[in-house]
Design a protein. Structure first.
Length: 215
């Protein structure tokens, strides 16, 4: 969990990401950078903390809003000065612009892989707007139950890790031989505590099937 600083102590929560037991590397945590009034919500110092939760990697899970920094098993302060880097100067009138336009097409590139460890790695996702990358089970060639999700930003994201549910509540295997990766637009997908709206999850912009085993 990432917190802003308040007088040398952790303050308001800015974002979070689930972690598995053991070593996790290159973790990406989406942050809320502005307050409700539109003002800057990033402090020069931020705090990273670790909170134990056996349900953290369950699809659609989010931290309990009652969690405070006091629940943390580890707490580390770090600088966020890069957030205050000046914006690049606008090109002079008549000069060619180097700005990259938003992608017009949605694309998903994902390979057959062993998903029994509870993770799906999607090689590349290109999204025309912010949204959700969702992984579904297969039922006779169509989408069945959702297994997990991850937010994606407008543009191209690579090596997107999606934690998925591999067993049912009764302990039975919940992975089909074919899985589906889908993309759903949602401007709020990258906000802290955001989860996909179940009423719009069927409105996929793109669907790609892939194998869940290497056999």
């Amino acid at each position: 969990m990432i917190w802003k600083d308040e007088n040398g102590m952790p303050g308001g929560l800015l974002g979070y990401a689930p972690v598995h037991q053991g070593m996790n590397t290159n973790m990406v945590v989406d942050l809320k950078t502005t307050g409700r009034n539109g003002g800057d919500d990033i402090t020069p110092t931020l705090w990273a903390s670790l909170v134990a939760d056996s349900n953290a990697d369950v699809p659609f899970a989010s931290p309990d809003p009652s969690i405070t920094p006091a629940y943390s098993t580890a707490m580390v302060a770090f600088g966020s000065e890069a957030a205050f880097a000046p914006a690049p100067a606008a090109p002079a009138k008549g000069a060619a612009s180097s700005a990259v336009s938003a992608p017009k097409q949605n694309k998903i590139s994902v390979r057959r892989q062993d998903a029994s460890d509870g993770q799906v790695i999607v090689d590349s996702v290109t999204a025309a707007q912010d949204g959700w990358l969702l992984i579904y089970n297969d039922a006779n060639g169509t989408l069945d139950s959702p297994l997990g999700f991850a937010p994606v930003r407008q543009g191209t994201s690579t090596n997107v890790v999606v934690d998925i549910k591999t067993t049912k509540r009764n302990g039975d295997d919940d992975l089909s031989a074919t899985l589906w990766a889908t993309l759903v637009a949602d401007p709020n997908a990258t906000l802290p505590y955001a989860v996909p709206d179940t009423s719009t999850m069927g409105g996929s912009l793109l669907k790609v099937a892939f194998g869940s085993t290497l056999d």
